[in-house]
Ligand binder design. Structure first.
Ligand code: OOG
Ligand code: MG
Length: 257
């Protein structure tokens, strides 16, 4: 059954409060029925609450752009969420794990958007819309118990987004295929994959994020960043650990806990 505006607001408050109080909540879908469209509306309302508290939109993220992630989480459709300024950690900085419920970290690629697209674009046009690219990691922290959710649940929860760290910006190469990506904890490799694991070509993340942003009235704009989605499964963070991701040809990015 379609939820009314008022009850979508109540559901948005549940996920926002869980994030604020750093306390896991039941999956919304256990007690409420709502559609994917409703889920994006819940996400929008919950992120609006952050904006009201002063946070600023810095860009968008995609999720489930790799089979590794889809399999790990049992969810099989691409999703998108919003990134705000308070989620951004400086490369090499220390992250306070007490800010999160049960944080996981995953290796990604980040794009800087240089031109606002007012229509869908093709793969061949991507380089006209970005001016920089960087190795990156996303910290995800589902607001749901045991990191378990349906597709609708995770969309409502802003796709688990909780933090991100971006390495040095590079000039975008013509092709991004077949670049080795590894993530290590204190120099021990914990996950490795290839840039190809992201949609077969991470530049397709730009095509898809522009399409989805237009569809949901949250267009990617010049100056925004875009997280492409993880190439490998995410790994639970541990205290006192240096986490580093290396993307072949693009360099490294790291964060300490
Ligand atoms: C959802 C977020 C997925 C990605 O990069 O695929 C995601 C989750 O795994 O909790 O960010
Ligand atoms: Mg991610």
């Amino acid at each position: 059954m379609m939820q009314t505006g008022e009850s979508l607001t109540a559901l948005a408050e549940i996920v926002d409060t869980a994030a604020l109080q750093v306390k896991a909540t039941d999956q919304l879908s256990l007690n409420h029925s709502f559609t994917e469209k409703d889920a994006y509306e819940i996400q929008r309302i919950s992120i609006d609450r952050r904006f009201e508290r002063g946070e600023k939109l810095i860009g968008l993220k995609l999720g489930f752009t790799s089979y590794a992630k889809m399999e790990q989480m049992g969810v099989h459709d691409m999703i998108w969420g919003r990134l705000t300024d308070t989620m951004l950690f400086e490369n090499g900085s220390t992250v306070d794990l007490s800010r999160f419920i049960h944080p996981r970290i995953e290796p990604e690629i980040c794009f800087r958007i240089s031109k606002t697209a007012d229509r869908e674009i093709s793969r061949d046009e991507v380089l006209e819309y970005i001016d920089a690219i960087a190795p990156a990691m996303e910290i995800i922290d589902s607001r749901y118990q045991n990191f378990k959710f349906s597709l609708e649940d995770v969309i409502a929860d802003n796709c688990s987004s909780a933090g991100l760290v971006v390495g040095e910006w590079q000039t975008p190469p013509e092709v991004l295929e077949d670049l080795k990506m590894t993530m290590s904890f204190d120099d021990e490799v914990v996950e490795s994959g290839s840039s190809d694991d992201i949609l077969g070509d991470p530049y397709l993340s730009v095509v898809n994020a522009i399409r989805l942003g237009l569809k949901y009235n949250e267009p990617l704009k010049a100056g925004h960043i875009l997280m492409a989605g993880a190439a490998t499964p995410a790994v639970f963070m541990k205290p006192e650990t240096l986490v580093r991701t290396t993307v072949q040809n693009l360099g490294t990015v790291e964060v300490k806990s």
